[in-house]
Design a protein around this ligand. Structure first.
Ligand SMILES: Cc1cc2nc3c(=O)[nH]c(=O)nc-3n(C[C@H](O)[C@H](O)[C@H](O)COP(=O)(O)OP(=O)(O)OC[C@H]3O[C@@H](n4cnc5c(N)ncnc54)[C@H](O)[C@@H]3O)c2cc1C
Length: 743
C-alpha cells in the first residue's frame, strides 16, 4: 500500500469534523494538503480550520482539478460512499494513498490493502489481513490472525479478538468488543456502540447490547436501477474480454454524434475493473506472459503496444524489479540488450505491462466517450448470482441483494473457475499443511505472503512442496516460490504431479524444426472431405513422432497447428463443431509451451536434486498419525492408487478449471443453465451461441465461454488466447453497434 507521499498535492473529501481531524494529522505528517472538497455550497471558497474548500466532489472530474491535485483522502465513515469515491477517483487517475498515524503499531507480517486509514494508537497483531478502504479511528486492537475485509469501518476503542473474520463493509461502533472464539462478523452489518459480541453475526443485521442481539435486518443499500428504465448494456465480469468489447465499440462510435447516451454497467466481484485475473492485481507485477509477445498479440495491437512499451519501459521495469525478486532481476539483466533496443517481440514480457497499457487505453477511451456525451458508465463491485427476464431484457440479481435492470447483458465472466482439489476453500490452513486451492484468490501476492509465513513458522523443519498440474500456472507458481526472497531457501523439495508426467516445453530447436514435416497430416491434404477424428488422429500421430525424435512442442506447435488448421476447411459444419468441442483443447494440452525463464528455474532445481515429477492423478491428501500429510495419487503407469513416501507440507492446486458436468459450477452460471437461458455445449467448458454471440435473446457471451462454437465459419475452442479474445470481442462490438445505432 502506498502510505504517504509528501511531495504530492493532496485534498481531503469532506470538510466536516472527521475531515478536520484527518487534516490535522496529515499536516502533522508533513503532507502537502492544499484543500478540502465539500458538496456544501456555503463552504465553497471559504476556509475550514485555515484550509480552503476548493470545490465539490464532482469537480475532481474536471481537468483543471486533475492538473493541480495528485492524491485524494476520503475519510468518510459511510462505507459505500468512501469506497465509491475512492475507487472512482482511482480510475480517474488520482492517487489514493492510505494513512497510518505514527503511533499505530502494526506487526511486520500484516497484509495491508489499499487506502487503509488508521488514526492514533491502534494496534494490529501478527498474521492479520486488512483489506482495501478500511478505516479505523483511534485506540482499537485487532488480535492475531484476524481479517478485516474491504470497506470495514471501526470507530474508536474497538477490540477484535483473534482469528475473527470481519466481512465486507461492516460498520463497528465505538467500544465494541468481539470475543475471541467467534468466527465472523457479517457483511454490511451495523454493530452499535458498546456491543459485546459473543457469537457469529450474520450478514446485513443491526446488532447491539451486551451480549449483542440482532435488532433488525438491514435492507441492502439499493443501487438505483429502475425496471421501467433499464440500463442499455451490462457486462457481468470485467476482464479483457469485456474491456476489448467496450474499447472496440467506443472506437467505432468515436466520431459519431449520438442521439442519446448509452448507459453501461460493468459489474465485477473483485474491486479492480478492466484487467481480469491475469493482467491486474490478482496476478501482480512480477509474472510473465505464457507466450512471447509476438505470439500473444495480433497486429495492429502488437505494434501499438510495442510503441507504448518503448515510451513507458523505465517505470514499468522499475515496478517489476521492486515487486519481483532475484529471478525478476535476472530476467531484466538477461534481456537488457533487447529491452534497450526495443526488441520486445521475442520476449515473454511481464503480464502487468499489458495490464497497465490496457488500463490507460480504456480509461482514455471511456473518458473521451463520456466527454462527448456518448455513454454513461457505472461500475458495480458485486457478484452477480442470477438472471431473470424483464420486458425483453434482464433483471440481474447481485449477491448483496441489489438488482440491476438491463436491456442487454453480456456474460464476460472468464473461464469456469478453478476446480478445488481438497476441501471447499481457496486456502486451507492446517498445523502442518498449507493447501492452496486457488493461487490467485484473493491475489497471488497475498497467497505468497501466506506461504512465506507458513514456511517461516516451520523454523528448521524441511518443507516439501507439491504442485498439482504441469501447465503454465504450475510453472508460474514454481517460479514465484523461487523468486520470492526467503521462501525457496526454506524448501527442501519441489514435486510436480501431472497425468502425463511432462512439463511444458520451452526451448525451440531452431535447426531441427526447419526440417520437421507433419507427415500424417500432410497425407490428408488431397482428401476431398474428412472427419474431425481423422484430423485429430493424424495430429496425435505427428505429435507422437515429434516426441519420439525428442522434438518438443516449442519447436513443433506452429508447424502442427498450421497443418491441422489447413485441413479444417474440409470438415462439414457438424464435424467442425465436433473438432471445436472435442479435439481442439485436447490437442492444445499436448502442445503446451513455456518461457525459458520458467524452465531454466526447473533445470536449476533438477541440478540441485530438489525436483521430482510424478505421472499420476491427484486422489487426496491423507493425515498420518504423526500429523504429517501424504499425497495419494492414481499412478498413470500402473493404474493403481499409490501414496507418496515423503510428507508434503505445501500443496498448490494448478489443475485448472472445472467444467459444466461438475457440481461446482458457480451460482450465476448454474442458474442461467438451469433456467434455460444458456446451454452448455459438448466442449463442457463453453455455451452455445448464435452468430450474434447470443445464448438467448439479448444475453450475449464473450471470452472463454465461447469455446465449442462456430463463428464466422471458424471453429472456436481455446478462447484464452488474447488474439482470439480481441477477435471475438470485435464481433460482439459490431453486434452492439448494429443494435444501438443501425436498428
Ligand atoms: C493466471 C493466468 C494467466 C494467464 N496468462 C495468459 C497469457 O500469458 N497469455 C494468454 O494469452 N492468456 C493468458 N491467460 C488466459 C486468460 O484467461 C485470458 O487471456 C483472459 O484473461 C480472459 O479474459 P476474460 O475477460 O474473459 O476473463 P477474466 O480475466 O477471467 O475476467 C473475468 C472477470 O469476471 C469476474 N467475474 C466472474 N464471475 C463473476 C460474477 N458472477 N459476478 C461478477 N463478476 C464476475 C471476475 O472477477 C473477473 O474479473 C491467463 C489466465 C490466467 C488465469
Amino acid at each position: 500500500m502506498e502510505i504517504t507521499n509528501r511531495m504530492k498535492t493532496a485534498v481531503i473529501i469532506g470538510a466536516g469534523t472527521q475531515g478536520q481531524v484527518y487534516a490535522s494529522y496529515l499536516k502533522e505528517a508533513g503532507i502537502n494538503l492544499i484543500g478540502f472538497m465539500d458538496d456544501n455550497p456555503d463552504l465553497l471558497g471559504k476556509e475550514v480550520i485555515g484550509i480552503p474548500v476548493l470545490g465539490k466532489y464532482t469537480d475532481l472530474f474536471l481537468d483543471e482539478f486533475k492538473e493541480k491535485i495528485q492524491d485524494v483522502y476520503c475519510p468518510i465513515g459511510i462505507n459505500s460512499v468512501r469506497i465509491e469515491y475512492l475507487s472512482t477517483l482511482k480510475k480517474e487517475g488520482y492517487g489514493i494513498p492510505g494513512f497510518l498515524h505514527h503511533t499505530v503499531s502494526i506487526a511486520p507480517d500484516v497484509i495491508l490493502g489499499e487506502a487503509v486509514y488508521m488514526l492514533a494508537g491502534n494496534s494490529v497483531m501478527p498474521h492479520t489481513t486488512i483489506g482495501n478502504y478500511v478505516m479505523i479511528n483511534s485506540g482499537s486492537t485487532i488480535a492475531h490472525h484476524a481479517t478485516l475485509e474491504d470497506g470495514v469501518f471501526m470507530s474508536s476503542g474497538v477490540n477484535i479478538g483473534a482469528l475473527i473474520h470481519v466481512k465486507r463493509n461492516a460498520y463497528i461502533g465505538m467500544g465494541v468488543t468481539a470475543m475471541t472464539g467467534i468466527k465472523e462478523i457479517g457483511e454490511e452489518t451495523l454493530i452499535g456502540a458498546g456491543t459485546v459480541i459473543i457469537r457469529d453475526v450474520p450478514d446485513y443485521v443491526v446488532l447491539a447490547g451486551n451480549p449483542g442481539r440482532v435488532l433488525r435486518t438491514k435492507k441492502p443499500q439499493g443501487i438505483v436501477s429502475d425496471p421501467n428504465n433499464p440500463s442499455d448494456l451490462t457486462f457481468i465480469g470485467s476482464g479483457i474480454s469485456s474491456s476489448f468489447t467496450i474499447l472496440q465499440f467506443l472506437n467505432k462510435i468515436k466520431d459519431q454524434e449520438v442521439k442519446r447516451k448509452i448507459t453501461i454497467n460493468v459489474i465485477d466481484k473483485y474491486s479492480e475493473f478492466h484487467l481480469g485475473i491475469p493482467y491486474g492485481e490478482r496476478s501482480g507485477f512480477s509474472v510473465h506472459l505464457i507466450t512471447s509477445l509476438k505470439n500473444f498479440l495480433p497486429e495492429p495491437e502488437l505494434g501499438v503496444f510495442i510503441e507504448w512499451l518503448n515510451k513507458n519501459k523505465y517505470w514499468l521495469l522499475d515496478e517489476f524489479r521492486k515487486e519481483g525478486g532475484e529471478l525478476a532481476a535476472n530476467w531484466i539483466d538477461t534481456h537488457s540488450e533487447r529491452i534497450q533496443n526495443n526488441d520486445w517481440e521475442p520476449l515473454f514480457v511481464p503480464r502487468r505491462f499489458f495490464g497497465k497499457y490496457l488500463e490507460e487505453k480504456i480509461t482514455e477511451c471511456i473518458s473521451h466517450a463520456k466527454q462527448k456525451g456518448q455513454i454513461a458508465i457505472n461500475y458495480i463491485e458485486a457478484e452477480a448470482i442470477d438472471l431473470d427476464k424483464n420486458n425483453g431484457g434482464y433483471k440481474i440479481i447481485l449477491k448483496n441483494k441489489n438488482i440491476i435492470y438491463s436491456k442487454k447483458v453480456v456474460l464476460s465472466v472468464g473461464s469456469l473457475p478453478v476446480r478445488y482439489l481438497w476441501k471447499n476453500a481457496p486456502l486451507v490452513e492446517e498445523e502442518k499443511l498449507l493447501f492452496v486451492n486457488n493461487p490467485y484468490q484473493p491475489e497471488l501476492k497475498k497467497v505468497l505472503k501466506k506461504i512465506d509465513q507458513f514456511v517461516s513458522n516451520r523454523k528448521n523443519e524441511n518443507t516439501n512442496v507439491l504442485i498439482v498440474g504441469a501447465n503454465a500456472s504450475g510453472l508460474e507458481l514454481l517460479y514465484k516460490l523461487n523468486d520470492v526472497e526467503g521462501i525457496a531457501s526454506k524448501i527442501n523439495k519441489f514435486t510436480v504431479l501431472s497425468t502425463q508426467g511432462l512439463l511444458p516445453d520451452a526451448v525451440p530447436d531452431e535447426e531441427r524444426m526447419k526440417t520437421f514435416v507433419p507427415n500424417n497430416l500432410k497425407a490428408l491434404s488431397n482428401a476431398s472431405s474428412l472427419t474431425a477424428k481423422e484430423i485429430a488422429d493424424a495430429t496425435y500421430k505427428d505429435l507422437d513422432y515429434a516426441d519420439e525424435i525428442n522434438l518438443g512442442p516449442a519447436s513443433t506447435v506452429g508447424i502442427i497447428s498450421s497443418a491441422f488448421g489447413a485441413l479444417l476447411g474440409k470438415l462439414d459444419e457438424e464435424e467442425l463443431r465436433t473438432f471445436a468441442c472435442r479435439y481442439g483443447n485436447d490437442i492444445g494440452r499436448r502442445q503446451r509451451c513455456a518461457g525459458f525463464h520458467y524452465s531454466k528455474n526447473i533445470d536449476q532445481l533438477k541440478k540441485e536434486e530438489r525436483f521430482d515429477h510424478i505421472a499420476g492423478r491427484f486422489v487426496t491428501i491423507n493425515k498420518a498419525d504423526t500429523n504429517e500429510y501424504f499425497l495419494e495419487y492414481l499412478d498413470t503407469a500402473s493404474g493403481t492408487n499409490m501414496v507418496s513416501d515423503v510428507p508434503v507440507h505445501l500443496v498448490i492446486n494448478c489443475v485448472g478449471s472445472t467444467n459444466f458436468s461438475q457440481e461446482d459450477v458457480p451460482e450465476l452460471l448454474a442458474n442461467v443453465v438451469q433456467k434455460g437461458f444458456c446451454k452448455p455445449n459438448n466442449s463442457r467448458i463453453g455455451i452455445d451461441v448464435n452468430e450474434a454471440l447470443e445464448a438467448s435473446d439479448n444475453l450475449h457471451i464473450v471470452g472463454p465461454l465461447l469455446a465449442g462454437n462456430l463463428l464466422e465459419g471458424k471453429a472456436v475452442w481455446h478462447v484464452e488466447h488474447c488474439g482470439r479474445i480481441i477477435w471475438l470481442s470485435k464481433l460482439l462490438s459490431e453486434q452492439m453497434h448494429t443494435y444501438f445505432f443501425e436498428k
